[in-house]
Design a protein around this ligand. Sequence first.
Ligand SMILES: *Cc1c(COP(=O)(O)O)cnc(C)c1O
Length: 404
Amino acid sequence: MPHDPRVPISESRVPQDLSYILNHLGEGRESYRGAVSPPIFQSSIFAFPSVEAFRAGFRDEFKRTTYTRGNNPTVEILRKKVAALEGAEDCLIFGSGAAAISAAVIASVSAGDHAICVARPYSWTRAVLRDLLGRFGVTTNFIDGTDVANFEAAIKPQTRLIVLESPNSMTFEQQDIAAVAQLARKHGIRTLCDNSYATPLNQSPLALGIDMVAHSATKYLNGHSDVVAGALCASETILREVFKGPYMTCGAILSPHDAWLMIRGLRTLPIRMERVARTAREVLAFLHAHERVEKIYFPHDDANPQFGLTQTQMRGASGLLTLELRVDDVAGVERFCAALKRFLMTVSWGGYESLLFPVAAVYPADAPLHPPGGGLPLSLVRLSIGLEEPEVLIADLQQAFAAI
Ligand SMILES: *Cc1c(COP(=O)(O)O)cnc(C)c1O
């Protein structure tokens, strides 16, 4: 159902009965002798009592358990939970977010087709569209997604897919999701939205009319920096198509053990998100007042140029924010990063621990997979706020600013 603009999203779209989804949905405790934590079905194959049952197993590998490349009971628990969080009919779990996005894209286009994607998607989203599918006769336009008119202008008769990432994971540009979804439907174009930044708790693209929602579950959904995983939520019809195509063909599945870890990580998603959002606000207030901060990127900052859109299509905030340091040269960025003690310097985000990514100082601007597509200031530093005490993080930032 496309979003009715008269209904405030904040009231209408929060996944219903969150604790039921996270604690109980999909868990057949009665068949595991009451085990509260689900078993890890560490089995590649599932045996059948009769040829008839075997036949049925093969007829519907999407739903039944025949071979773990298709479905596995532990992974199935996770499918049900993530689908319910996104308000989707079903979900497929992948071995990475990149695999989930690639599968959604590959299932939706053929040689000669055209796709439209936002200008600064996740680097490997750009790679699958431009580099991989470019070799197979698919063309893609990367456009500034902050204006819906740019999507309309880019549509061609061969356009089959629109790829959104709202907000994206470096500078957090947003798209008016409901408006793009409506435009796409009018033209019979399928839509995919990467919802990793917001999580299902803070934004519901399917409710806004999007066809497929992808997650890097490596980030907030798992939340513990110990699993790389992906999820794709959509209607059963679309997912069966993805399943028969790239899911079974490429085999980029999540192992039952990693699925179990993800189920465990997911249990605390609401409490983790609440905490990082609250701490991010305190950190933000500190950053706004500091003379070493040139610019702040954060969707829920009322100084953000798209704050109005944030308020209409997102609910709570997350804990990922970016700043431009006021420094003379890259050596100043390096001193700041080296001085931080409580932020680990690395890629990725969304874990229990605070992280730091000096993106443009790490990647040469002309690197083929420069994350934001180049052109960003060298002083750009992304912070992923973890579960530490806010005072600890602020004190750490304070002394690192002094070290510049
Ligand atoms: C990390 C990330 C991905 C890719 O996910 P992996 O799990 O690393 O494969 C996709 N989209 C966004 C926004 C990301 O941050």
